[in-house]
Design a binder for this molecule. Structure first.
Ligand SMILES: Nc1ncnc2c1ncn2[C@@H]1O[C@H](COP(=O)(O)OP(=O)(O)O)[C@@H](O)[C@H]1O
Ligand SMILES: [Mg+2]
Length: 371
């Protein structure tokens, strides 16, 4: 594997060739040498290099700072400028593009190497920090939802008891032929749904029991699939081969059930009305890979569908509490928020992968428990 994929934007052929050789001798892969800013931008957006080495004075209409700004606007990629100019004006022009380095031509190979290495390292660190921040933000949001829920749940349950109780009474009194009967029935159903939502929020706000028992996810998946099989819409095929060895995780079985059920329900929903294939994969990995997350043996539960998939803006928000694209009354928007919360509170990680029109794959990776 190369140390990183680099795009060189440079209009002096001799210099470009030299930089290319130097970078290649350090173990980097040079994707291309491009001499015009206006060609570099689409290339970078398409090929997504790990780093761009950008000359400031370029042959075309677009200079290096403008090209860098256009690339950075859409792509999170470090840019190092190389130039023969060190005048105040040039430096000021470069600043707003937050360069990861500045090489003054002519430069030594060692200098090039250190600048590139530092920039790649900094970009990686920043990316990791941002991911951590995002996780923290999500965890705080879930906590806020939990606090809110437990704060109002009691009052809310009293209100719901009245709604449910009186609609039951009304239902009994109104003869079936009476239009009121149907109305009471609707009120009752909505009330019951609301009560189960409150319950869901409540036990989600309770901190996950530490330790937990060793749960075999094979049993959980079997139970969930048995449950949904009866209610599968026509045209949905299920592909699942239970693994031969146990897939143990230390967990609350009810919460694991909820994870699998939510993933499967979402997948099935996404394949209405055309149908498609629901693929469930359950595996235990010995887990010796270096730097893997979580470390050690893992259990992977993956639910994939060939349904409608998610556009980027839905994918980005799919795990937010109360985010739903389903008509009101059908989706609560809590499914994936709960899945993610449960997976993380068990020391695991959730990955979403989706392509609009083609399907979705959601992978939960959990630390395995010893048999
Ligand atoms: N397998 C999937 N395929 C396509 N879209 C999905 C899938 N899973 C989740 N989504 C999208 O994410 C949203 C949030 O999902 P979720 O949190 O389970 O709430 P809900 O199912 O109640 O809408 C869904 O409304 C849907 O737009
Ligand atoms: Mg759902």
């Amino acid at each position: 594997m190369s140390e990183g994929r680099i795009l060189i934007v440079e209009d002096e052929a001799i210099i470009a060739r030299e930089i290319r050789h130097a970078l290649e001798s350090f173990g980097y892969e040079v994707l291309a040498v491009i001499s015009r800013g206006e060609d570099a931008v689409p290339f970078a957006l398409r090929e997504r290099p790990d780093l761009v080495l950008m000359d400031i004075m370029l042959a075309g209409a677009m200079d290096g700072t403008a090209a860098a700004a256009a690339i950075r606007e859409q792509l999170d990629v470090p840019v190092i400028f190389s130039t023969a100019y060190t005048d105040r004006e040039t430096v000021e022009r470069v600043k707003p593009t937050t360069p990861y380095g500045y090489l003054v031509k002519p430069f030594e190979h060692t200098h090039l190497r250190i600048t590139v290495e530092t920039a790649l390292y900094r970009a990686r660190t920043e990316r990791r920090l941002r991911a951590q921040e995002e996780r923290l933000r999500q965890a705080e949001k879930m906590q806020a939802v939990g606090t809110l829920a437990s704060g109002v749940a009691h009052d809310f349950n009293n209100i719901l008891s009245a709604i449910i109780g009186y609609s039951e009474m009304g239902l009994r009194r109104a003869p079936e032929a009476d239009p009121l009967h149907k109305m009471f029935d609707r009120i009752l159903r909505a009330g019951v749904r609301a009560r189960s939502l409150v319950r869901l929020l409540l036990d989600f706000s309770r901190p996950a029991a530490t330790g937990g028992e060793a749960v075999d996810l094979r049993a959980v998946v079997d139970e969930v699939l048995d449950g949904v099989r009866a209610a599968l819409p026509p045209g949905v095929e299920v592909d699942y081969r239970p693994p031969a060895q146990p897939c143990l995780v230390r967990a609350d079985p009810t919460q694991m059930h909820r994870v699998a059920l939510n993933l499967v329900t979402n997948a099935v929903d996404a394949m209405r009305p055309a149908g498609g294939r629901l693929t469930v994969r359950l595996e235990r990995h010995a887990g010796h890979a270096l730097g893997q997350d979580p470390p050690g043996p893992q259990v992977v539960l993956e639910v994939a569908d060939t349904g409608r998939g998610m556009p980027a803006e839905v994918l980005r928000r799919a795990c937010d509490p109360f985010f739903t694209t389903k008509p009101s009354g059908e989706g609560t928007g809590m499914g994936l928020a709960i899945v993610q919360g449960v997976v993380r509170s068990h020391g695991g990680r959730l990955a979403l992968d989706s392509e609009p029109g083609a399907g979705t794959r959601i992978t939960a990776t959990l630390p395995a428990a010893q048999p």
